[in-house]
Design a binder for this molecule. Sequence first.
Ligand code: HEC
Length: 136
Amino acid sequence: MMPFQTARICYADTLRAPFYRLRLIMKKNWKSIRLLLLLTIGGIIATVLLEAISIDVAAAAPSGDKIFTANCAACHMGGKNIIDPKKPVVGSKKLASKDLFKALLSKSTGGMPAFSKIAENDAALEALYAYVKSLK
Ligand code: HEC
């Protein structure tokens, strides 16, 4: 019985030893460890804040390119029209003014669905309008 028990105690000690050593090291170097921890936490907070700020900027200035890719490109890849090739985006009279463009997006016409969410969001409308006007 005895040898088995001794072996168990030894095994437990070898398991615990690294933790004891770690505690000793931490006690000795507590000041530098604290500094490191503060720097790490500070870094994480800074990263989170920066990310939040960049998300804000993205929300404030939507990209016409991205809106087009997500909502229009399926039918209007490259400014063309795969459903009705005679009515491409490029050179369309519906782009003569932002109001005309807004009217087009506000209700569905001949196979094109309405995009009222974009039409009602002036920043998104402006960005998308600038983008479709830039297509050639
Ligand atoms: C499901 C396919 C589809 C999607 C998605 C779509 N369109 Fe269209 N689009 C059409 C069709 C079909 C027409 C032709 C409508 C007609 O006959 O009046 C059209 C017409 C247009 C025209 C007018 C062309 C002209 O001179 O008559 C513009 C500009 C336009 N689309 C822009 C967009 C924009 C911007 C988006 C994204 C917000 C978009 N479309 C999304 C199918 C689509």
